[in-house]
Design a protein. Structure first.
Length: 495
C-alpha cells in the first residue's frame, strides 16, 4: 500500500494541474436542485428531467471514455454516469484528475440503467473541493444481492478522534446524531406544550454547586477572580423559581472533573426542569410520560431493544425504595446502620471504603455495585438517605430519608429528581454538613452557597426538580454501548 504522504503528494500534483487548466478547485457555491434522497424518492416525477446533485465521490469506476461514480451527500448516495461524448474532451480530462473523497457537483437528466440503477447522465460537472488527503475507503462487493463491506474504518479510537472521517466513511453513524437532535427537539416540545420556559444560566460560576463532583477551575482576568465551570445548573434555576418563574428548564452543558468510562465524559449535557407547587410524586409521572412519549415520537414505539435487552418504556414504571432494593439484592437491611456499622457492612460486601467517605457515600456504592445492574426495565429508585441528598426535602413520612428518585433503565440511572428543599435553615445545616465532609477529605462534597441561601430566605414555593442525562438517554434510544458513540467529539487522551 502506498504511503499516505505519497498519496497526498499525488493529489497535490493533480491540484496544480487543475489550476494550470484554469479550474478553480474551491469555488464559492453550487446550485443544487435535489438531494440524493429526493432524486430516488421522486424518480417517477423526475425521470428524464434535469437535476443538479452534489456530494463526495465515494466510488469511481473509469471505463475508457466513460465512468460510473457514486456521489454521497448527507442523505445517501446516487450514481452519476459520465461520458466523454456528453461533457467534451476538456471536461473529461478534468474529471480524470478527480479522486475518491473529492466533492463535486453534477448536472443532467435522471434515468435508470439497464440494471435498474437510478443515475444522473452528466451533461456538466463542477469540482467543488479537491480533497488532498485520502479517506480510508472500505472495500465493497455485492454478495447475494447485499452490499458487503471489507476493511471498514472501524478502529474505535480513531473514529472518535476523527469523527469527520467517521461520518464520511460510515454514513450510518449520522443516524445516531440525527436521532439525538430529534430526542432533544421532542423533549423541548413536550415541555413547551406544558407552558414551561426555556432559560439560560451561567456556565462560569463563582461558586459551583447543585451536585457532588469536582469542578474545572479557571480565572477571570478582568475581575481577578477564581471561577468554576458549572457542574450543574440546579441552584441558578431554583433562584429563578424563587424569583417568580413557576416552570423553567434548561438544556445545559455541564462539566465534572472526574473519571472517564463508557457512561462518563467530563463534558456532558443535562436537561433540568423545576416546577413550582409540585412534588416528586408528580414529577415521577411527568418523567415516565416524557421519556415514553419522546421514544414514541422519535422511534415510533415505546418498546425498544438496548444491547440485546428488550425494554418496555410504557408507563407506569416500577417504584422501588432504595433500601428495599439493597436488601433484595444483598440480603442485608442496612437502613438503620450507623457509620461504623455501615463500614463493617461494606467490608462484608467487599466494598473498599475510601478516606473521607461518609455513610451516604457507602450506601451509594453498595447500590451501584449490587442493585443498579439488575434494573433493566424502567424503575424509579425512591427515598434516598438524607446524607446522600443535601438539596432534597426530608421525607414527609420516613425519618432519615428524603423525597428523591432516580430513573434507572438498562442497569444505569439516567436522571435524578427531588421534592426540592426550600427551608433555608435546613439547607444551611445540610451545606454545613457537606463542608464537614470536605474537611474530612471528600473532594466531591458540596460547597456552601450563601447567595443561594439568601434566595431561599426570600422564599421559594414547594418545587419539584428533575435532571435527565441527555447523553445516556440518547445511548438508550439509539442502542449505543458507550457515551462516546453519542458525542460528536468525546474527550480523548492526547495522541
Amino acid at each position: 500500500m502506498e504511503d499516505v504522504n505519497q498519496l497526498i503528494a499525488q493529489r497535490l500534483q493533480k491540484l496544480q494541474k487543475l489550476y494550470q487548466m484554469n479550474v478553480n478547485p474551491y469555488p464559492y457555491k453550487f446550485e443544487r436542485t435535489h438531494t440524493t434522497k429526493q432524486v430516488k424518492e421522486h424518480f417517477s416525477e423526475l425521470e428524464g428531467k434535469h437535476v443538479q446533485v452534489a456530494g463526495r465521490l465515494m466510488a469511481n469506476r473509469l471505463m475508457g471514455k466513460a465512468a460510473f461514480c457514486d456521489v454521497q451527500d448527507m442523505h445517501g448516495r446516487v450514481q452519476v454516469f459520465i461520458k466523454k461524448d456528453e461533457i467534451g474532451e476538456e471536461a473529461f480530462e478534468i474529471y480524470k484528475l478527480l479522486d475518491i473523497g473529492d466533492i463535486v457537483g453534477a448536472a443532467g437528466p435522471l434515468f435508470k440503467t439497464r440494471t435498474g440503477e437510478i443515475s444522473v447522465l452528466v451533461k456538466e460537472f463542477v469540482v467543488l473541493c479537491k480533497s488532498v488527503r485520502p479517506i480510508p475507503v472500505a472495500k465493497e462487493k455485492e454478495e447475494d444481492g447485499s452490499r458487503v463491506v471489507y476493511d471498514p474504518f472501524s478502529d474505535k479510537e480513531l473514529r472518535y478522534r476523527q469523527r469527520y472521517v467517521d461520518l464520511i466513511v460510515n454514513p450510518e453513524v449520522k443516524e445516531v446524531f440525527i436521532k439525538r437532535s430529534r430526542i432533544i427537539t421532542a423533549m423541548r416540545e413536550f415541555l413547551n406544550e406544558r407552558g414551561y420556559l426555556e432559560v439560560e444560566t451561567p456556565i462560569l460560576q463563582p461558586i459551583y454547586g447543585g451536585a457532588s463532583a469536582r469542578p474545572f477551575v479557571t480565572d477571570l482576568n478582568a475581575l481577578k477572580m477564581r471561577l468554576y465551570l458549572r457542574i450543574a445548573n440546579e441552584l441558578y434555576l431554583k433562584r429563578l423559581v424563587a424569583g417568580g418563574f413557576e416552570g423553567v428548564y434548561e438544556f445545559a452543558k455541564d462539566f465534572r472533573n472526574e473519571g472517564m468510562d463508557r457512561f462518563h465524559n467530563p463534558e456532558f449535557t443535562q436537561m433540568e426542569l423545576y416546577v413550582a407547587y409540585q412534588d416528586y410524586h408528580w414529577m415521577m409521572e411527568l418523567t415516565e410520560e416524557m421519556i415514553s412519549s419522546v421514544a414514541q415520537k422519535v422511534l415510533g414505539t415505546m418498546k425498544i431493544s438496548y444491547q440485546g435487552q428488550e425494554i418496555d418504556l410504557t408507563p407506569p414504571w416500577r417504584r422501588l425504595p432504595l433500601f428495599e432494593g439493597i436488601q433484595q439484592y444483598t440480603g442485608m437491611d442496612i437502613s438503620t446502620l450507623n457509620d461504623e456499622e455501615m463500614e463493617a457492612a461494606a467490608d462484608q460486601l467487599k466494598i473498599t471504603v475510601e478516606e473521607g467517605w461518609g455513610r451516604g457515600k457507602i450506601i451509594d456504592e453498595i447500590f451501584g455495585e449490587y442493585v443498579e445492574k439488575h434494573l433493566i426495565q424502567p424503575t424509579f429508585i425512591t427515598d434516598h438517605p438524607v446524607e446522600l441528598s443535601p438539596l432534597a426535602k426530608k421525607h414527609r413520612e420516613k425519618p432519615g430519608l428524603v423525597e428523591r428518585f432516580e430513573p434507572v433503565i438498562a442497569g444505569k440511572e439516567i436522571g435524578n429528581a427531588f421534592s426540592e428543599l426550600n427551608d433555608p435553615a435546613d439547607q444551611r445545616l445540610r451545606f454545613e454538613e457537606q463542608m464537614r465532609l470536605r474537611a474530612r477529605g471528600d473532594e466531591e462534597a458540596q460547597v456552601l452557597d450563601d447567595d443561594f441561601l439568601r434566595a431561599l430566605e426570600y422564599g421559594m414555593p414547594p418545587t419539584a426538580g428533575l435532571g435527565i442525562g441527555i447523553d445516556r438517554l440518547t445511548m438508550l434510544l439509539t442502542d449505543q454501548p458507550s457515551i462516546r458513540d453519542v458525542l460528536f467529539f468525546p474527550m480523548m487522551r492526547p495522541e
